[in-house]
Design a protein. Structure first.
Length: 367
């Protein structure tokens, strides 16, 4: 019944275990002695093509194993609905270890091409977590496009390690864009959030579209400026709650994940929100002190240190533009962080070959 292996997304202090299915069914997850349901106010969901079950990070980290339980709907009548027998599938789960050099892989700008992303990640080798950093589908005009998210994440992780998901600008386009938060991880519908994986803390920021709301191609369907203002307020709340976020006990590595490299001013008409993005950079740099920022969007791989030619708005820390799309070929990025001081970066092509490597000195966190 599931189309792919489950995907364990990390959002705030919970994992959202999400599974695309081929037929209507109900779903729940067992972790140790606890059962967690995909329900709406006590009613098991069955009509959605992608199920979501939220589990506290602490519970799954401790158990190290979970079981997906489904029952296919034959007919959901008002009385005496008919369901098939329960089907169970169990998966081991490996939480991100602490006090070790974390390894992760970043996929951005796949644009409906699963195989290059999967091949590159497999060539890079063992990882502790995966980051999907926007524009994984080419657009949201066809709900089937969302399957690419689960094909890539499911085949790379096999449901065994956590995944971070960030929305890209192409994800805002199409009739199903308004429903994306129902089919991908979100923090109560919000596509910006923080996460904690072992001793890694991160913040996912969502720039929305890459041109002004009034751009004719959007046809009056976008209000991203107001969205970004709400996100700025969220960023200030994170800073106000620093002791429970990036200054929490045990945090060693602080990451910023965003599809758009918002510290860079692009050519018109992409040169938007400079004052707002400058404010983001200042807040992040002066308060959060992240060591590394991970982006996509540009379709060109590069590494930018603060003050480089790519930094026009006060880049808060070293930044990796993690993806390249050129002449139908794709390149993605693997990262190993050594002692929270240096990032060993490997750019891997979609055929599994190594494109380039680099060693990036990280910004030093401060309290």
């Amino acid at each position: 019944m599931p189309k792919t292996p489950p995907v364990v997304f990390a959002v705030a202090r919970e994992y959202q275990i999400m599974v695309p299915v081929e037929a209507e069914c109900v779903m729940w997850v067992q972790v140790g002695d606890e059962t967690y349901y995909d329900d709406s106010n006590g009613i098991l969901r069955s009509s959605r093509p992608i199920h979501r079950v939220s589990v506290p990070c602490e519970a799954l980290n401790r158990a190290g194993r979970y079981t997906i339980c489904t029952r296919k709907i034959v007919e959901r009548k008002p009385y005496y609905p008919i369901l098939e027998d329960e089907v169970r599938a169990s998966f081991d789960f490996i939480p991100v270890p602490e006090n070790r050099s974390p390894r992760f892989f970043v996929v951005a700008d796949a644009h409906n091409h699963a195989e290059p992303a999967i091949a590159a990640a497999r060539a890079y080798g063992e990882i502790d977590f995966l980051i999907l950093n926007g524009d994984i589908p080419n657009h949201s005009g066809d709900i089937a496009n969302f399957d690419i998210i689960y094909q890539i994440a499911g085949e790379i992780t096999e449901g065994r390690i956590p995944v971070i998901f960030a929305r890209g600008n192409h994800d805002l386009r199409g009739v199903h864009a308004e429903d994306l938060a129902d089919y991908t991880p979100s923090d109560e519908g919000r596509t910006y959030f923080t996460f904690r994986l072992g001793d890694v803390w991160g913040i996912v920021l969502d720039c929305g579209e890459d041109k002004l709301d009034s751009q004719v191609e959007y046809g009056g369907t976008i209000c991203c400026h107001a969205f970004r203002l709400r996100e700025t307020a969220f960023l200030r709340r994170v800073i106000a709650n620093a002791k429970d976020e990036y200054e929490a006990p045990g945090v060693r590595l602080r990451l910023v994940v965003a599809h758009n490299p918002f510290s860079q001013v692009l050519e018109p008409p992409f040169d938007i929100e400079q004052d707002l993005y400058r404010e983001w950079c200042q807040l992040i740099k002066e308060s959060i002190h992240p060591q590394l920022m991970l982006c996509g969007h540009i379709h060109r791989r590069y590494i930018s240190l603060p003050g480089s030619q790519y930094d026009q708005l006060g880049q808060p820390c070293p930044m990796i533009a993690c993806s390249e799309v050129k002449d139908g070929r794709f390149t993605f990025c693997g990262v190993r962080v050594d002692d929270c001081e240096t990032a060993q970066v490997s750019f891997v092509n979609g055929d599994g070959s190594l494109a380039d490597t680099a060693s990036v000195p990280l910004a030093a966190p401060s309290r």
